[in-house]
Ligand binder design. Structure first.
Ligand code: NDP
Length: 248
């Protein structure tokens, strides 16, 4: 297990699912973790669960990442309460699925504002601090759907493909300051997000996964903690698919 002693990490969407597991894994390595999600109940519960395992490691912040001003405020609050940030994980994400023919403008806007503009907002808010930090890391949670597309997910595919482009551009802009920026592209992982899928859809997806099963949140957290560790210092601008071989 990597050591994140004396490191401060921010995990957006840390209230549930993949984000909660990433926050837990970073706390296990000794990091102080800001667990950010939309609802105070969600990030509060996640932080409580993490603190039960690693006392004093997690602090909850209820902030909408799509709200530029609120994210700027969040950065100031975290600097005061936890100290300068070393690791930023942009994991907050939503789906509003539907065929393009029927997709409402608000479904497009909500997904792009959360999944893509949310990352713009956090990187803008934390980049100055990251540029001065030890082992500074930005890790964006994209999706294989941003690589291969998916019928019924034009908004989500565009947001995740956009996040991959954003990752590479940020990697190039901040490389001179030793800040690395990478994306992890999960395939289908068992969480609330995929629990919503009808069984017939799940069966169809599993048929396309060479390893024959959905992944676990731990599978994503393992790659994120590696990318966040000092061992990954020479990796930047990459997209690492963690998808059971789905997109090989
Ligand atoms: P969940 O739906 O289980 O959890 C999403 C988390 O994001 C929640 O904590 C939620 O907050 C938070 N969130 C959503 N919108 C906002 C917002 N505007 N501001 C702050 N926080 C927000 O998702 P998963 O764990 O399944 O997914 C996590 C990430 O991984 C997402 O980016 C998703 O697109 C990506 N991904 C997931 C896959 C999967 O198979 N599960 C596959 C590929 C990618 P709250 O708890 O308060 O609602």
């Amino acid at each position: 297990m990597s050591s994140f002693a004396n490191k401060v990490a921010v995990v957006t969407g840390g209230g549930r699912g993949i984000g909660q597991e990433i926050a837990r894994a970073l706390a296990a390595g000794g990091a102080k973790v800001a667990v950010v999600s939309r609802s105070a109940a969600s990030c509060g519960k996640a932080a409580e669960e993490i603190n039960a395992l690693f006392p004093g490691s997690a602090t909850a912040y209820a902030v909408d990442v799509a709200d530029h001003a609120a994210v700027q405020e969040l950065a100031k609050t975290i600097a005061t309460e936890l100290g300068p940030v070393n690791i930023l994980v942009n994991n907050a994400g939503v789906t509003r699925d539907g065929l393009l023919m029927r997709m409402k403008e608000e479904d497009w806007d909500t997904v792009l504002d959360t999944n893509l503009k949310g990352a713009f907002n956090t990187v803008k808010a934390f980049m100055r601090v990251l540029m001065k930090a030890e082992d500074p890391r930005i890790i964006n949670i994209a999706s294989v759907i941003g690589l291969i597309g998916n019928a019924g997910q034009t908004n989500y595919s565009a947001s995740k493909a956009g996040l991959i482009g954003f990752t590479k551009a940020v990697a190039r802009e901040l490389a001179g300051r030793s800040v690395t920026c990478n994306a992890v592209a999960p395939g289908f992982i068992t969480t609330d997000m995929t629990d919503e899928l009808p069984q017939a859809v799940k069966d169809g997806v599993i048929a396309q996964i060479p390893l024959g099963t959905f992944g676990k949140t731990e599978d994503i957290a393992a790659v994120v903690t590696f990318l966040a560790s000092p061992a990954a210092r020479y990796i930047t601008g990459q997209v690492i698919a963690v998808d059971g071989g789905m997109t090989m």
